[in-house]
Design a protein around this ligand. Sequence first.
Ligand SMILES: [Ca+2]
Length: 460
Amino acid sequence: MSNRLLLGCACALMVVAGCSSDNPGADGGAHVDAHVIPGTDANIPPGVDANLPDAFVPGADAFVLPSDTGVDAFVSTVDAGMTDGCELGNTYPALDLHTLHTFGGANDLPVGIVLAPGRDDLFVVLRNGTIVIMDPVTGAVGGTPFLNITSRLGGTPMSGDEWGLLGLAFHPDYETNGLLYIAYTANVGGGAMPYSDRVAVATRSTADTATFGSDIFTIADPYANHNGGQLQFCPDDGYLYYGVGDGGSGGDPGHRAQNTMSALGKIHRFQVGPGIPTYNPAPGNPFLTSGGLPTIWLYGVRNPWRFTFDRLTHDLYIGDVGQNLWEEIDFLPAGTGVGANLGWSVCEGTHDYNGSCAGLTGDIAPILEYPHADGDSSITGGYVYRGAAIPALRGTYVFADEVSSHFFALRNCPGVALTRTSFDFTNGSCSGPTTFGEDRNGELLVACFADQSVGRIVAH
Ligand SMILES: [Ca+2]
């Protein structure tokens, strides 16, 4: 039986809107020729799933463990006089959405809103392969992209696609080392594995520009959809977390999410930083020596489309996009989660899917699931609000459904019923909420995919 047992672990996660089988880009189709992505297949031992990272050589990897774990610079302060909001129960204030910026290019589709240590600016990730710098107050966007990897994507992802540039995270010591990390899925064309999910390092060139460095992790991927792409540094351990979906199509046809020898359907954890330009699993990962790929931190996710750490508690919230019936929110308290199994594709939420949830031992059930009803069918995980401008919103996990454009609030507090409360903005609107962000002060932003806009959530 699925249970609420919370395994010990470490921290945060994130991803881009993976979607249900009937969502855009749901199926890459059948690919039958013999194309092999360089470096992908040579290391596969008999009986092992083909979706191994390029750099993984079973039994032959030695991992460098530098001394700099880089835990600092993350915003984790809350005004001393503020409560955690739990005393407010399931009451929420009226909210408005103030649109900051609307992008003009046909394929300027925002999928990430990211802070850099030491700066107030918002770094907006566009799936076409560019990252632009946005003024957090005026919404003004600089003319030159901060980073441009369009030439690495193998084409221009269109609105119905799920591949492209998907994630960004700045190293906690970015102010001194200038390192940042991106996640993208490239269309490499043809073959059984026509897509490639990648994590790469880039470096600051000037204050407002960066240069691509190298890929540090590459996964061969059979289908166009379910690519995740969230990157987060855990504020406690300083490691880089990367969420990737189950490979796509629908229903996890390769049963990869539960296969710890497949890199797909996982959250991976890396140690990164100065002098680590290559693949480097984090110390403490559950399969460093046996039982699975050494980069895996947890498994059993379908398409983790955005995961975040609560900046006050450092607890991790994962929005995992469901198949045909159930969307789910997974919750891993700070310090827990290593080696956790979140159930997919044996379970969809708490329900049987490919097999029996009752037969799955040790899996962690979602803290909340919701059905495909009222148009809902693809969760976009959000943030716990820890800002100061909207006191009545404190402690609220704000999330959304990308397909229905419904917004939701819940408080995950002792003694408070875990109930999602739907809300509409009193003024303003957001079509296709695809990712949330926090500004320096913990105020919330949201990217609206269909509107090609970024807005700020404010009190009504
Ligand atoms: Ca699950």
